[in-house]
Design a protein around this ligand. Structure first.
Ligand SMILES: [Zn+2]
Length: 401
């Protein structure tokens, strides 16, 4: 069905979700007709979508949500739900369906406050009589309190509520939650599948599509950004120049500072686009007087919004750094490929000269150590080590013999 077209290189997953959506549809039809529900059902009320970053688990969950809300008349004629065009599919895919709630981490965690309304909603019946769908985009960011709220809701679901949780891996979710979920496992899509999507969806020339797909190693969103956003290409070019700039200590510090500055700049751009509009909207809703004076008692609400915006900026900076670290890892992985003479295709052919130069000048052992240093930087950022400190430690380690 058309909704599964958004899944890139995930045939097994499409088949699994298609079967479940059919059974879900049969359940709704049986209830509406007053007939007993079908006995064996592939439908269940809690799902956990896992997959490496960028494989598209949120896209898969959203496509499934659309299929659950599909009201296409073709279903009655034996077709699968998920036409992509009916009101149910369309509003779900664009995020305006009244019975589909999406939860995403604003900052680095999903707080209990962020979840409260959604959890309450999960105990009610859907407005249109089909399914009440709750999609949690980054379930790995649930903190202890919010995870417990989700657990309670998943333990005692309302009859027509479906939870769709997304996380990188099973280990990222509380065992008590995960044991109540049916598991949908996405694989890293092949470079061919990603390139094919870029040609089909973004109208990119095949050659550029293959290069972007290779460069981003199966990360669909990154690949799409690389072919559509010139700023993304500039940032990537700067990151790939870094390994040649860390030859002396001064270069290490300078490169680290620039990497962090670029990430900060990107998060600022994002913030300026969203924050200003959001603040104005809230002020208008609270009834700010002309000249910006806020009515009494609204300071708390404004403060709450400022906190939320601050959390979002921190997260955006972290995401931007994370992307740079992914590109860097790809660079050293290519160096290793050359050093070991393996027949794997290089991801970063545009800097082949630099790859060869570093491959000749260093050993495979030191390349592995550098890849470890990048992973250590990522872990430090996860532990909230100040970004500049973490990145400086990394650039120093990239230099050392
Ligand atoms: Zn539909």
């Amino acid at each position: 069905m058309p909704v599964w077209d958004d899944l890139v290189g995930q045939d097994k997953v499409s088949a699994q979700l298609d079967a479940a959506a059919r059974d879900a549809d049969a359940l709704v039809t049986a209830a509406a007709d007053g007939t007993p529900p079908p006995e064996a059902s592939k439908m269940t009320h809690a799902w956990l979508f896992t997959g490496p970053p960028g494989a598209g688990h949120t896209t898969a969950a959203r496509a499934f949500a659309a299929a659950l809300q599909c009201v296409s008349p073709d279903r009655a004629l034996g077709g699968s739900p998920g036409c992509g065009f009916c009101d149910g599919c369309h509003t779900t895919l664009v995020g305006t369906h009244a019975d589909v709630a999406t939860v995403a981490a604003v900052g680095t965690q999903i707080l209990a406050d962020d979840m409260r309304d959604t959890v309450r909603k999960s105990f009610t019946s859907p407005a249109n009589g089909r399914w009440q769908v709750i999609l949690v985009e980054d379930a790995e960011r649930l903190n202890e309190k919010s995870a417990n709220a989700v657990l309670k809701a998943v333990e005692e679901p309302a009859p027509r509520t479906v939870w769709l949780l997304c996380a990188p891996s099973l280990d990222d979710v509380l065992p008590t939650i995960r044991s109540r979920c049916r598991h949908v496992s996405l694989l890293t899509p092949s470079a061919e599948a990603v390139a094919d999507m870029l040609v089909r969806r973004e109208g990119v020339e095949p050659e550029a599509a293959v290069a972007a797909a290779r460069a981003t190693q199966g990360h669909i969103d990154h690949a799409r950004r690389l072919v559509t956003d010139p700023r993304a290409r500039e940032r990537r070019t700067a990151v790939l120049r870094l390994p040649l700039r860390v030859e002396d200590i001064g270069g290490c510090f300078k490169a680290a500072q620039e990497l962090v500055d670029a990430a900060t700049e990107e998060s600022k751009q994002l913030a300026e686009e969203i924050d200003v509009k959001e603040t104005e909207e809230l002020k208008a809703a609270l009834g700010a007087a002309q000249g910006g004076r806020m009515p009494r008692g609204t300071a708390g609400v404004m403060k709450e919004l400022e906190d939320k915006q601050k959390r979002r900026r921190t997260r955006a900076q972290r995401d931007s750094l994370d992307l740079a670290l992914t590109d860097l890892t790809g660079f050293y992985r290519d160096v290793l490929v050359l050093q070991l003479g393996s027949r794997v295709a290089l991801a970063n052919t545009e800097v082949q000269d630099a790859l060869e130069r570093i491959a000749r000048a260093t050993t495979p052992e030191s390349t592995l150590r550098r890849i470890d240093a990048i992973a250590a930087c990522r872990e430090a950022l996860d532990r909230n080590v100040p970004p500049l400190l973490a990145v400086e430690a990394m650039t120093m380690a990239l230099r050392a013999g």
